[in-house]
Structure formats: structure tokens, C-alpha cells
Design a protein around this ligand. Structure first.
Ligand code: NAD
Length: 500
């Protein structure tokens, strides 16, 4: 029996785990935490430990930041021609694609996610995103300015330059461990920064594998360091380290605020991609079947563990029953099982603790009088499986409407007047995403500007593009991942004023 109790099919993809313990990657070298402590990595479908990753602390973070600082100061990366950085990032994207089987198997093992999602989002879209950002290495630019400097004598030349901020501390969650790590790493590297990445303690394996692939691609040692460990120890040390010049964080609003405070303490730059409670507003002229399909994907994709999930549905009363019935049909028909089974449409939640949290939300919605339309129960005795769940007739005060569940639980309510729907959509501390469902261009153009969210979809939900900035307003964060805004966020703007 192999040490991980994995089936041969799973092992084929996860050759990386030929050793049970997978080390941090600091300065191009893989090794344990200085303390010698390890944390288990658990497969949520079987609740079996499949690997161990370092339980790092401040001493390991200090080594990693020093390594990133050396790589930054030595100019091995920022001093490369931008076209050469671009070429190395392209090589990394090719290696990610070449290792698609292995990376997607690791992703499913550690998070329970469907193989199809791991391949499409973490691996394929992740590799495409690296290519998109690689292109920015050669396109970052300053401006020359006509100036009105009143000092006579010399001729004045004024211009701006974009320079890399320095060492980046990146902290990512467990829902799309590889993709979100790449959302941080690729623009940081394109801009010429060096990185210390701390993955979630639940899902460190693909980030560690990525660090090896970066070395194989020819990205110099120390440019990308990956240090695993808990938030309270490794994460806290990374955000407090004065050598880190930019913190790029994706996770909960509560932790995001801690990160923001720590950043300000050191005057580090920061980007915070936080939680959401995204509304979908369905107008009376929408196509009910299109809505049901789109919202089912919006809330049940990856078991709802998506920051932009369509967790609140507001439907015009004329379509309310029809949309609810179609949604319930979809939810009840979903095949629930292991992410490794090609027939599975809906896998487990990623950890036992999160499973308990989601079940608690379901209990609260039942207790608060929401109408259960589908799901609402645990599935199987073992594993972190919960049914795709829909509550109707929810009201603004219910916990399931106010708080982020980050799971497959949809709260639905009817509306009669569009003004009420817009007010309800905006009645949340969050402001990450929203969608509007309508056949009318005039509705779309009128309502989109009134929805308080960083991203708004029309007749779609959860559709991302490498070039479209992603980020929130209100309690959903500050700054943007993806797009030009993301790569510029890893640069400092320097103004130059020259007397000639
Ligand atoms: P989390 O905030 O608990 O943890 C995120 C990361 O922060 C982990 O790596 C964790 O170890 C680390 N961390 C925890 N405490 C820390 C501390 N004191 N100092 C430094 N680091 C610390 O979030 P999670 O449960 O891993 O992820 C779920 C959350 O992430 C949800 O709220 C979800 O909406 C959000 N999210 C947002 C986006 C987005 O783009 N806006 C994307 C995905 C997930």
C-alpha cells in the first residue's frame, strides 16, 4: 500500500507526493520548517490525510523574505530585459499546462474540487492568465509630460516611471488554490517584484508544486518562495514583516482587515480581495430557464465556495414560482460524489470545519423560518458532503441573507417594484459582485450603475476574464486582481524632473 492510501488513478496524477512530506521552497531549496513541525493535508472526500506540509512560523518567513529581498536587490529578476521576464513567464505557463494531470489531481486531492473544475480554472485558465500577465512585462510604461515649471534657466524634462514595489507577500485562500496564487504571482513577477507566497494551510500542495515548476522554467532562485503554515503564525509573520513592500491578500473580510492594519503599520501597499454576498436581480422580462441555469451555476459551482457566488436571488414576482421550480429541479438532479469521478457534478466542501459552518447556516435558515425548497441535509456518513440547498421567502434580517455562507446555499426572495429590488441588492455590507437578468438594454444600462459592486454581469454570473479587473467595494476589499490594474498595483510610480 502506498503511504497516502491513494488509488492508482489518483497517484498517477499526483506523482509529486512520492514523499509524504512536501517542503517549503525558499531560495530555490525545498525543506521543512525550522521547527520541524508539520501540518496534515486532508482529502475532504474521504477525510484521509494525503500529505503533510510545513507548519512554518516567523523564523521561516524571515528566511523567505530575506531570500526574496536578495533576489530583488541582486537584479537577477528586475534587471532582466522585460522581454526576457516575459519569455520565462511563458515557459512557466507551458509547464503548468504540461503538468495539467498532476496539478489537477493534487487540487482535487486537497480540496475535493471536481477534476473538470481543477483543469479548467486552476490549470488552464491559470496558465492563460500567466501568459496574459507575461505580456504586461513589456508594456508597463510611464508618461512624459509637458510641464509649466516657472523656474527660468534650464529646460525642464518631466516624466514618470513604473518601478517594481519590491518584495511581495501574497496570502491566498483554499477555494482556488492554484488560480488565485497565480493571480498574485504572475503580475508581481511581470512587474519585476519577488514574492513570498503563503498558501492556505488546507491546500498548500499545488502552490508548492508551482514553485518547483517556476525553477524548472528558469525563474531564478529566491524570486518565488512558498512558505506553508497557519494564518495565525506564518501568515501573521508575513504581514508584519517590514521587508514586505506589498501585501496581496485574498480571503475573509475579518482577516483582510488585520492584513490592512499590518500593511499600514509598515506603509506597505496592499490589495484586499475579500468576501461577498452577491445579489442576482431577475427582471420580469428575463428568460426564466436561462436564469435558473445561470444561477444554479452561480451558486452551486464548486459547491458555492466562490467569493462572487450568486448567493442572494431577487426575482420579480411574476417569475418567482417558475424560477424556483426550475432551480429546485436542477439542485435535486445534481450527482454528488468524489471530484475524481467524471460523472460527479457536485463534490464535497473543502474541510470539516467549513462543512460544520455551512450546516450551521442551514440550521439557522430553517430556524428563522425560510422555506426549504431543495437540499438542506448532509449526504453520506463520511466526507464533507452537503446537498445543494435553496431557501425561498427569505427576509433581509436572516443570517443566510446577511452573512457570507461560502457554500451551496441560495437565499431567494420575490419583489414587485424594481426600486425595492435595487435597494435589497445593495442592502449588504459587501460589494464584490452582482448580476442582472433582463432582455432589456435600457433596464441594463439604467440598473448596472446603481448596483454597488466591483463587478456586474448581465445575463450571466461568475464569468471572469484575465483582462477584466476583479475586486470589491465596501467590505469586499480594496484594489484589483486581474487586468492592467493588477500589474500596475505591483509598481510604484516615480516622478522624474530633470533640468537640462
Ligand atoms: P481566511 O481569511 O480564513 O484565510 C485566507 C488566508 O489568510 C489563509 O491563507 C490563512 O491562512 C490566512 N490567514 C488567516 N489568518 C491570518 C492572519 N491573522 N494573518 C495573516 N494571514 C492569515 O479565508 P478562507 O477561509 O481561506 O477563504 C474564504 C474567504 O475568502 C471567503 O470570505 C471568500 O469570500 C474569500 N475569497 C475572496 C475572493 C476574492 O477575489 N474577493 C476570492 C476567493 C475567496
Amino acid at each position: 500500500m502506498n503511504p497516502f492510501d491513494l488509488s492508482s488513478q489518483q497517484l498517477q496524477g499526483a506523482k509529486f507526493l512520492s514523499e509524504r512530506r512536501v517542503g517549503n521552497v525558499i531560495g530555490g531549496v525545498s525543506g521543512p520548517a525550522l521547527s520541524g513541525r508539520w501540518l496534515p493535508v486532508t482529502d475532504p472526500a474521504t477525510e484521509m490525510v494525503v500529505a503533510e506540509a510545513p507548519d512554518s512560523d516567523a523564523a521561516d518567513i524571515a528566511r523567505a523574505v530575506a531570500s526574496a529581498q536578495r533576489a530583488f536587490d541582486s537584479h537577477v529578476w528586475r534587471g532582466l530585459r522585460p522581454a526576457d521576464r516575459e519569455k520565462l513567464l511563458f515557459r512557466l505557463s507551458e509547464l503548468i499546462e504540461r503538468h495539467a494531470d498532476e496539478l489537477s489531481a493534487l487540487e482535487t486531492l486537497q480540496s475535493g474540487k471536481l477534476q473538470g473544475i481543477a483543469r479548467a480554472i486552476d490549470v488552464q485558465a491559470g496558465a492563460e492568465f500567466v501568459r496574459y500577465m507575461a505580456g504586461w512585462a513589456t508594456k508597463l510604461e510611464g508618461q512624459t509630460l509637458d510641464n509649466s515649471i516657472p523656474i527660468p534657466g534650464p529646460q525642464w524634462v518631466t516624466y514618470t516611471r513604473r518601478e517594481p514595489v519590491g518584495v511581495v507577500g501574497a496570502i491566498v485562500p483554499w477555494n482556488f488554490p492554484l488560480a488565485i496564487a497565480l493571480w498574485k504571482i504572475a503580475p508581481a513577477l511581470a512587474a519585476g517584484c519577488t514574492v513570498v507566497l503563503k498558501p492556505s494551510e488546507d491546500t498548500p500542495l499545488t502552490a508548492l508544486r508551482l514553485a518547483h515548476l517556476a525553477l524548472e522554467a528558469g525563474i531564478p532562485e529566491g524570486v518565488l518562495n512558498v512558505v506553508c503554515g497557519r494564518g495565525a503564525t506564518a501568515g501573521a509573520a508575513l504581514i508584519a514583516h517590514p521587508g514586505v513592500r506589498k501585501l496581496s491578500f485574498t480571503g475573509s473580510t475579518a482577516v483582510g482587515k488585520v492584513v490592512g492594519h499590518a500593511a499600514v503599520e509598515n506603509m506597505a501597499r496592499f490589495t484586499l480581495e475579500l468576501g461577498g454576498k452577491s445579489p442576482a436581480v431577475v427582471m420580469e422580462d428575463a428568460d426564466p430557464s436561462q436564469v435558473a441555469q445561470g444561477i444554479a451555476t452561480g451558486i452551486f459551482f464548486h459547491q458555492g465556495q466562490v467569493c462572487t457566488a450568486s448567493s442572494r436571488l431577487l426575482v420579480h414576482r411574476s417569475l418567482y414560482r417558475r424560477v424556483l421550480d426550475e432551480l429546485a429541479g436542477i439542485a435535486q438532479g445534481m450527482r454528488i460524489g468524489s471530484g475524481f469521478d467524471a460523472a460527479t457534478q457536485f463534490g464535497p466542501l473543502t474541510s470539516k470545519a467549513h462543512f460544520a459552518r455551512v450546516m450551521d447556516f442551514i440550521a439557522s435558515a430553517k430556524a428563522e423560518g425560510a422555506t426549504l425548497v431543495a437540499g438542506g441535509e448532509r449526504v453520506h456518513d463520511a466526507g464533507c458532503f452537503v446537498q445543494p440547498t435553496i431557501f425561498a421567502d427569505t427576509t433581509a434580517q436572516m443570517r443566510v441573507v446577511r452573512e457570507e455562507v461560502f457554500g451551496p446555499v441560495l437565499a431567494v426572495a420575490p419583489f414587485d417594484d424594481v426600486e425595492d429590488a435595487i435597494a435589497a441588492a445593495n442592502d449588504t455590507p459587501y460589494g464584490l459582485a452582482a448580476s442582472l437578468w433582463t432582455q432589456s438594454l435600457s433596464h441594463a444600462h439604467r440598473i448596472v450603475p446603481r448596483l454597488q459592486a466591483g463587478v456586474v454581469w448581465v445575463n450571466a454570473h461568475n464569468v471572469l476574464d484575465a483582462g477584466l479587473p476583479l475586486g470589491g467595494i465596501k467590505q469586499s476589499g480594496t484594489g484589483r486582481d486581474l487586468g492592467r490594474a493588477a500589474v500596475e498595483g505591483f509598481t510604484e510610480l516615480k516622478s522624474v524632473c530633470m533640468a537640462v
